[in-house]
Ligand binder design. Structure first.
Ligand code: HEM
Length: 139
């Protein structure tokens, strides 16, 4: 479950980072692929489009936070689709770390412990739901 304060902190920090760096999500993919070049073949489309989609999903999930059943269903479906994209359980920590670090680098001195905790809480929840969806699909 996502609590409202986690969602509020993520929203606030995401808005701040995006206002300073509109192409933040592209930075995230570049950072991810620089660190894990083995993941590059999984992403056939342009990184800009991929970044838009990821960003759209993040906004959507923040807006769904009051409807946990719908959110869980949507994330499980996304996780099932990700199996088809070649995403494996061990890739999730790599993606989560790359996103948290991109945000931390962007916000610099304004990055706080509470931002770190809220983002890791949110993305841990998202990853767990997506992996549960993928596991169900595989069963
Ligand atoms: C942390 C949670 C994640 C979220 C919220 C997320 C979000 C998304 C979204 C919204 C899309 C577009 C979906 C669509 O077009 O149907 C997508 C596509 C994709 N994601 Fe993720 N993703 C996550 C984790 C991962 C992981 C761990 C990998 C593995 C490296 C991954 C690899 C991909 C690939 C390969 C595509 C499809 C690219 C394409 O065919 O254009 N994602 N992701």
């Amino acid at each position: 479950m996502l609590d409202q304060s986690t969602v509020a902190i993520v929203r606030e920090s995401y808005a701040l980072a995006l206002s300073r760096r509109p192409c933040l999500m592209q930075d995230f993919y570049l950072f991810l692929l620089a660190r894990h070049p083995d993941l590059e073949p999984l992403f056939p489309r342009s990184l800009a489009r991929q970044a838009d989609k990821f960003s759209g999903a993040l906004q959507l999930l923040l807006s769904y936070a009051n409807a946990p059943d719908d959110l869980s269903r949507a994330l499980r479906r996304l996780g099932r689709d990700h199996q088809g994209y070649g995403a494996r359980p061990e890739h999730y920590p790599a993606v989560i770390d790359a996103l948290v670090e991109t945000l931390a680098i962007q916000l610099g001195r304004d990055w706080t412990e509470s931002y770190e905790t809220a983002w890791r809480g949110l993305l841990g929840f998202v990853g767990a739901e997506m992996l549960a969806g993928a596991a169900n699909a595989a069963a």
